[in-house]
Write a protein that binds this ligand. Structure first.
Ligand code: GP9
Ligand code: MN
Length: 418
């Protein structure tokens, strides 16, 4: 009957209402382009591999005067991988601990990012050159209120333009820019790349750097596909400039989840030159986040502890949209007094003081194991927040919420006289 919503709503109202951000409205009337970078982890940024630069374009962006680079941003996905990251970004809720929400709760009521931007005059879309039913996207996007889904049928895949899981990122971005040019503005689009996906295979001509040299073919090839994806992003930025869209668009880019699992720790140790402890493994869940705001002069590295759950409020506030009545669990990345904490789907978390993972408490700075009691308070807060998120999803509680008025649409009692 929705009565659980009372408690969840009280929690959200007292813990998650940040509306003052220095960047309120910077994206007003601008297009918003959000790019999901497949399997991109933060450890490759501004680093090299056997003397080869891995992400030359993204490295340039870390120095760009109008691009912010967040170096302590984490993915928060579970088994639903890319779809979980989409779910988090759209709803500012955590995914489920079990299966992919995109499959298990596609019929729920949501108050998504797409829906909010849609009702504020944006044309909303997702661009992804894969079969529309993969991850149940076609169903879920209806519930998320996405206006248009540009799936594989919106693209022409010429001979040599597909590899691994499907269409290569470079032709994907080239054709996407053409589509965007025809789109009514302002638009909001989420673009999902694909080439940097396990098993990280490429055609010879797309191998821009050699493989790495470890006992893991997966890690060895990963550097090459990351390099290719980096190139595709440069192509896309150039296309946007050519199409005259660059100056009118805010571009947000984030890694969707890890690409290299713990199965490759030995090879990772060789690359990183240090042991991959559970602490290091948790830190490897950092994925890069870039926010490009034209002519803002706001570029530079930002070290705030942030996660995918924070993108919805951040983007909406940049678009000048109020979220004080929304039910969301993230906080605006730019809000001055936001809590510096990121929660992982498995119950782990990181704050400025401690990192908790695999049932062990670590000093966040030194990586040394410390007494568990030092993590206790944040452990229970973390569990509570994940639990509220689960309740919202499992009970489909947003159907009992009127976001315009902030009213709960629930009955006083369980029984009626009729
Ligand atoms: C599939 C793509 C990859 O369309 O998004 O999904 P993943 O396996 O990374 O979840
Ligand atoms: Mn993915």
């Amino acid at each position: 009957d929705g009565s659980e919503l009372v408690e969840v709503n009280n929690y959200v109202r007292s813990n998650h209402v940040e509306n003052t951000t220095p960047l309120q409205g910077v994206a007003k009337d601008k297009n918003i382009i959000v790019i999901s970078m497949e399997s991109l982890q933060n450890f490759v940024i501004n680093e090299d591999m056997n003397g080869e630069v891995i992400t030359p374009f993204l490295n340039e962006l870390t120095q760009d005067k109008d691009t912010m680079y967040f170096s302590n941003f984490y993915h928060q996905t579970g088994l639903g991988k890319t779809s979980d990251s989409e779910f988090i970004v759209e709803n500012s809720l955590y995914p489920l601990g079990g299966g992919a929400v995109f499959f298990t709760h596609a019929g729920n009521t949501f108050n998504s990012l797409s829906e909010r931007l849609g009702e504020n005059g944006y044309h909303t879309s997702v661009m992804h050159a894969n079969n529309k039913s993969f991850w149940n996207r076609d169903m879920m996007y209806q519930s998320l209120g996405v206006d248009t889904f540009y799936d594989i049928d919106s693209y022409t895949v010429e001979e040599g333009q597909a590899v691994n899981w499907g269409m290569k990122d470079i032709p994907f971005f080239e054709q996407s820019a053409e589509i965007l040019k025809r789109e009514e503005q302002p638009f909001f689009t989420r673009m999902i790349t694909l080439t940097n996906h396990y098993p990280f295979t490429l055609d010879e001509e797309d191998k821009l750097i050699p493989e790495y040299t470890s006992n893991s073919g997966t890690l060895n090839r990963y550097f090459q596909t990351v390099r290719y994806m980096d190139e595709s992003l440069r192509v896309f930025f150039d296309e946007l400039k050519e199409q005259g869209l660059y100056e009118d668009s805010i571009i947000v880019m984030y890694g969707d989840h890890y690409g290299i699992s713990d199965n490759h720790n030995k090879a990772m140790e060789q690359y990183l030159g240090k042991e991959v402890t559970p602490f290091v493994s948790a830190k490897l869940q950092e994925v890069p986040l870039f926010i490009h705001i034209p002519d803002s002069g706001l570029g530079g590295e930002r070290t705030d502890l942030t996660g995918q759950v924070d993108l919805r409020p951040t983007i909406l506030h940049m678009a000048g949209i109020d979220t004080s009545k929304d039910i969301q669990l993230g906080t605006d990345i730019f809000a001055e007094d936001r809590e510096q904490k990121v929660i992982f789907r498995d119950g782990g978390f990181v704050t400025e003081e401690v990192l908790f993972t695999k049932n062990t408490c670590y000093d966040a700075t030194t990586g040394e194991e410390i007494e568990r009691t030092l993590c206790d308070e944040e452990i229970s807060k973390t569990n509570q927040e994940l639990n509220y998120s689960d309740q919202l999803i499992n009970g489909d509680l947003l159907r009992f919420y009127n976001r315009q008025t902030g009213q709960l649409l629930i009955e006083e009692t369980n029984t009626t006289d009729e």
